[in-house]
Ligand binder design. Structure first.
Ligand code: VGL
Ligand code: ZN
Length: 203
């Protein structure tokens, strides 16, 4: 049994948003079209409290794009984004939600970021997605959404580590590309971890 995981398709990651992913809008029609091919569809939603430690605004003298050490892991600093209850945090209005079974929130702990839809960046807390999928007999996960080089990458690596057969829908993802080529490097890393890089017409 397979499931489609749509990662962080939220206003703040779309053009005009606080952490706009170039061409981020392009993933919406792909995500909508994919859904019919899956018996189970879930979404993740980046869902930060105000003053989240991944925000550059919380670190005097730091700017978005800078790196710091947070708890025990390296953390890239971001503009304030996906703050709980704000319009920027809402899932894209054009994303078809009719067949979406559950929305999993992540990044809710002020002190640690969570790129992955499964675990926080220290692998301490679980979002519940793993149990949810295993209870329903899911052994294959397809991933699409935003952004290729952060939340799609880490969700895919965790899915592989948890033993799911894992596919990443290349045309259904877009990258932040803080450094040129980050998106391409992320696809290569996911492939190295055993994920199959595929396209939406293969679903
Ligand atoms: C994301 C940076 C910060 C993502 C979330 O969804 O890829 N990237 N928070
Ligand atoms: Zn975030």
């Amino acid at each position: 049994m397979r499931a489609l995981v749509l990662v962080d398709i939220q206003n703040d990651f779309l053009p005009g948003g606080a952490l706009a992913v170039p061409d981020g809008n392009a993933v919406i029609p792909v995500a909508n079209a994919l859904q019919a091919a899956f018996p189970l569809v879930v979404c993740s939603q980046d869902w930060h409290p105000t003053g989240h430690k991944s925000f550059a605004s919380q670190h005097p003298g730091k700017r978005p794009g800078d790196q710091i050490q947070l708890e025990r892991v390296a953390q890239t600093l971001w503009p304030d984004h996906c703050v709980q209850g704000t319009r920027g945090a809402e899932l894209a209005a054009d994303l078809d939600m009719q067949r979406v079974d559950t929305v999993f929130h992540k990044g809710t702990d002020r002190n640690i970021d969570s790129y992955s839809t499964f675990f926080d960046n220290e692998h301490r807390k679980d979002t519940g997605l793993r149990d949810y999928l295993e209870k329903r007999g899911v052994d294959e996960v397809w991933v699409a959404g935003l952004a290729t080089d952060y939340c799609v990458l880490f969700s895919t690596l965790d899915a592989r580590q948890l033993g799911f057969r894992t596919f990443v829908v290349e045309d259904g993802c877009r990258a932040v590309d803080l450094a040129e080529g980050d998106g391409e490097r992320a696809f290569a890393e996911m492939a190295r971890a055993g994920a199959r890089i595929t396209r939406s017409d293969q679903a």
